[in-house]
Ligand binder design. Structure first.
Ligand SMILES: CC(C)(COP(=O)(O)OP(=O)(O)OC[C@H]1O[C@@H](n2cnc3c(N)ncnc32)[C@H](O)[C@@H]1OP(=O)(O)O)[C@@H](O)C(=O)NCCC(=O)NCCS
Length: 301
């Protein structure tokens, strides 16, 4: 039987997600951020599947969002308990969730990689069953997301050395919550879909957003823990086109890492990282690739 989820279901949802996605770090706080505490949660589509004994054994959470390419649908979470897989429950949950996304005007549906507030950046490349499932229900592999982890103990030496390379006219500083509208409006224009992460990061104490300004103009920003609280995540990061290759991106990453360190973290995570940064991450920050996620989408036509 399919029924809407209730906040009281979250402990059971956590158990299902941990069992179904064993390589992903999922906590109660993260799940709350993806579900009932997410922006527009009241308009999202969610269903749980209960067997005859009434126990929750699978769930789906879907929503629609505005991207640079128009309205999109996103399956943020789809998880079936391992012992209940291969019984048609995933397909049963997916059908009404997709109908909801198409009815909202979505041109495409993103699977397990919903920009703005994602549980995981794509499906972990080791989840062979999940990959076979999404292909069987019409999703197409469109990209690959790489997550990197950095040990923060190397930070002081590296930060001082690299910071000096940003030209003097650029000033990097922490954003204040009072600047919320300005920062969110700029982010919407520059990297649409990232607003929820920026809002989330701005609400942390102290705010987890750093800005790079040139003559008072906002030219770049980075959010710290905008997504997946407790994992030490860094991003989104954006540098306006005309200011790239000046070292601003790496200075912002380092600023974010310092911020995480001061919040008590020993490790930072850079999820869904731009491939052009991989050399810098390996070379200067001794980063390790900790996850490869495959991005799948389905088109309406
Ligand atoms: C990715 C991005 C943030 C980089 O910002 P940036 O300020 O141009 O980056 P930096 O100048 O600090 O470059 C740092 C390192 O990244 C690599 N790099 C950056 N741009 C590169 C490019 N176009 N080609 C090859 N390597 C590149 C280099 O290793 C560089 O170090 P180097 O200059 O010593 O060789 C920027 O291109 C951007 O905003 N892109 C769009 C949004 C995005 O993809 N965000 C990242 C999500 S994680």
């Amino acid at each position: 039987m399919l029924t809407p989820l209730d906040p009281n279901d979250l402990p059971a949802v956590l158990e299902i997600c941990k069992a179904a996605m064993p390589n992903d770090e999922i906590t109660a706080d993260i799940l709350l951020e993806k579900t009932f505490a997410s922006q527009g949660a009241e308009r999202a589509f969610h269903r749980g599947y209960r067997g005859t004994d009434g126990h929750l054994s699978a769930l789906i959470w879907a929503a629609s969002f505005e991207s640079t390419a128009g309205r999109m649908g996103g399956i943020r979470i789809l998880a079936v308990r391992p012992q209940d897989q291969r019984k048609g429950i995933g397909t049963l949950l997916l059908k009404p969730a997709e109908a909801y996304c198409w009815a909202s005007g979505a041109a495409k549906i993103w699977m397990m990689a919903m920009p703005g507030n994602y549980l995981t950046a794509g499906i972990d490349a080791s989840y062979l069953g999940s990959l076979a499932f999404v292909e069987s229900v019409g999703y197409v592999h469109t990209g690959t997301a790489h997550d990197y982890a950095c040990d923060l103990s190397i930070l002081h030496e590296t930060a001082t050395r690299l910071r000096e390379r940003v030209p003097n006219e650029f000033k990097i500083r922490r954003a204040t919550f009072r600047e919320r509208s300005r920062v969110i409006n700029s982010a919407k224009l520059l990297i649409r879909g990232a607003e929820e992460e920026i809002e989330c990061a701005l609400r942390r104490t102290p705010p987890g957003v750093f800005l790079c300004l040139c003559a008072k103009q906002l030219v770049a920003f980075i959010a710290i823990e905008g997504n997946n609280p407790g994992t030490g995540s860094i991003g989104p990061l954006y540098v306006c086109k005309e200011y790239r290759r000046l070292g601003i991106g790496r200075a912002l990453i380092l600023e974010g890492m310092k911020d995480l360190y001061s919040r008590g973290y020993h490790k930072s995570l850079l999820p869904w990282t731009a491939p052009i940064l991989s050399d810098f991450l390996y070379r200067e920050l001794k980063a390790r690739k900790v996850r490869t996620g495959l991005i799948f989408k389905k088109s309406s036509s």
